[in-house]
Design a protein around this ligand. Structure first.
Ligand SMILES: Nc1ncnc2c1ncn2[C@@H]1O[C@H](COP(=O)(O)OP(=O)(O)O)[C@@H](O)[C@H]1O
Ligand SMILES: [Mg+2]
Length: 342
């Protein structure tokens, strides 16, 4: 697999020292009407801050409903029209929230690869998977059809699809769920994007294929100074494959930083509970910690974790600000009134 993404120093240099993806104060809500006809807003994202640096893989974790998929969907520009968005999503120097139509299409598929949480929906049902890959390759390069075919077969093999020549001619409905998922991952990686966003990409794949897919992603990131945001429920994947991690709760990132730092010295009470639960090997830490989801319609500036927090204090009824946990590791940041800065 070593030649699938040949190292490209020029491409790495072009990404510069700044973050590849930088999300700032992202808010997202959906308006609806209550039983009496009054407009109300479901506040799904409440000021997300997140960075993905060049050459880095960031693991985004948090329980179901925390807003992980909506953060990814906003970044790739696929939100439903009813969504109300505020904030900035910088991809290199461009605010993606300002792009529309052809300008957005140019970025998507070539410079940003996306693996949606429901990968099968990303495949066109009436086109052979190989032809979908070739079309995607040729939309963003000048490769001849035979060279693009070769490339398509190569990437199908690289994501662990046995007999890629035969699978090239298959229609999506002829593929198993795991196979379709690998085809979508191949589509996200084939144009060697600067940024790969993958929403629970390996859920349901067996451990061998999971490792193969994540190794390939890691290879793309390392060889080309690309970057990746992986949404996962699995702290094991975060520990093994990610450089940085971000923990989301109720539409905000409550803690983020280098993986080794966060595991060694978790600061937010929610992060501490997550890590303790996963260390105690009680199965899926996120599922086991689940209690009532926060009320999306509630209007408050209080810390949204206060209702669940074992250490809650009166100060938690005021708005927390994100800050560095220590002067020695300024990139480890937490959103909690109770953190002692060291
Ligand atoms: N179209 C929509 N209208 C109203 N609420 C929505 C819509 N789409 C998603 N949500 C809500 O947004 C919240 C966050 O969803 P999501 O980002 O999918 O969470 P996660 O991926 O972390 O499980 C959920 O509570 C979900 O019900
Ligand atoms: Mg999701």
């Amino acid at each position: 697999m070593s030649q699938v993404f040949p190292s490209s120093a020029a491409k790495a240099a072009a990404t510069g020292a700044g973050a590849v993806l930088s999300i700032r104060d992202l808010h997202l809500s959906f308006a609806s009407r209550d039983a009496r006809g009054a407009v109300r807003h479901a506040r799904v994202l409440n000021g997300v801050d997140l960075d993905v640096g060049p050459g880095r893989i960031v693991g985004l974790i948090g329980e179901t409903g925390a807003g992980k998929s909506m953060t990814a969907t906003a970044t790739i520009g696929l939100l439903p029209a009813s969504a109300e968005v505020k904030g900035k999503i910088f991809f290199e120097a461009t605010d993606l929230l300002t792009l529309r139509g052809a300008a957005l299409d140019k970025v998507r598929g070539a410079r940003i690869g996306f693996v949606a949480q429901n990968p099968r929906a990303a495949l066109e049902p009436v086109t052979r998977v190989g032809d979908q890959l070739v079309r995607l390759i040729q939309a963003h390069s000048s490769l001849s059809t035979s060279a693009a075919r070769q490339r398509a077969i190569e990437i199908l093999a690289a994501v662990g699809i046995p007999d890629p020549q035969a699978r090239y001619r298959a229609y999506p409905h002829e593929l198993s769920g795991g196979m379709a998922q690998r085809v979508v991952i191949a589509m996200a990686l084939v144009n060697q994007p600067q940024l790969v966003i993958a929403d629970e990409p390996t859920t349901g794949l067996d451990v061998t294929v999971q490792a193969q897919v994540l190794d390939l992603l890691q290879q793309l990131v390392r060889a080309q100074g690309a970057a990746s945001l992986i949404i996962t429920h699995d702290l094991g994947i975060v520990a093994q494959y990610c450089d940085d991690m971000a923990i989301m709760f109720a539409g905000r990132v409550v803690e983020r930083g280098p993986v080794t730092q966060v595991f060694a010295d978790p600061r937010h009470p929610y992060t501490r509970r997550l890590i303790a639960a996963s260390r105690a090997r009680i199965g899926n830490a996120l599922t086991n910690l689940k209690s009532d989801p926060p009320d999306l319609y509630r209007q408050t500036t209080a810390c949204l974790y206060a209702d669940r927090c074992e250490q809650v204090q009166p100060v938690c009824q005021s708005a927390p600000l994100e800050r560095s946990c220590s002067t020695a590791a300024p990139e480890h940041r937490v959103l909690c009134h109770l953190t002692q800065i060291s």
